[in-house]
Design a protein around this ligand. Sequence first.
Ligand code: ADE
Length: 241
Amino acid sequence: SVVEISVISLFPEMFAAVRDYGVTGRAVQNGLLSITCCNPRDFTTDRHQTVDDRPYGGGPGMVMKTEPLQQAIALAKASVAPGATVIYLSPQGRPLTQAGLAELAAKPSLILLAGRYEGVDERLIDSEVDEEWSIGDYVLSGGELAAMVMIDGLSRLLPGVLGHHLSAEQDSFAEGLLDCPHYTRPEHYRDMAVPDVLLSGNHEAIRRWRLKQSLGRTWLRRRDLLEKVELGDEQNKLLAE
Ligand code: ADE
């Protein structure tokens, strides 16, 4: 069940970062994920290959023109599985969460529109875009990094992408909590020892310690998350201790 992604971007070379490296790169190599790019500049007809223009009403910055984007989206649609969801990345979109990534990972094909300048002509969004998503309440200089955040986050939820099939389920946020601390050798670093329980071989005690650490850290750092999550009996007991 490959997920086919085509990105609309003026800077397609940037996507080497997800295509060629790490977990996402391996997913591409193993045929679990495909990432292609369509450059709107390839669909310009004027001598200067113009993809942007001045905003109606005046003001600073430039706006991406409809025509090159529309044609790039048409080619992208033809190059992925039918029925692709067209997604525009912008700060005005739905906030991306782990649950949102799971929804996106369940789709057979995605077209990710990465804007530059002040954004794209609203009529292109109205006519071609199915969903608008934001990766957080801050402004990036283009949608490419946001699209790559989305690709990275969803690819590690695809069956067969993470070596360990429990890895994604044991993630921070899989249960709506922050992750527990992790340790590896050496057993002593500077004046700090690895917590005894992790050396005990008692898997049930280790599981409970990790859950308690997750709850404690979430309470201290992100109380907003604890208010959203439905805690089980064991979690409520550990939180009270
Ligand atoms: N493009 C610019 N800023 C963005 C953001 N915060 N999320 C998604 N796309 C963006």
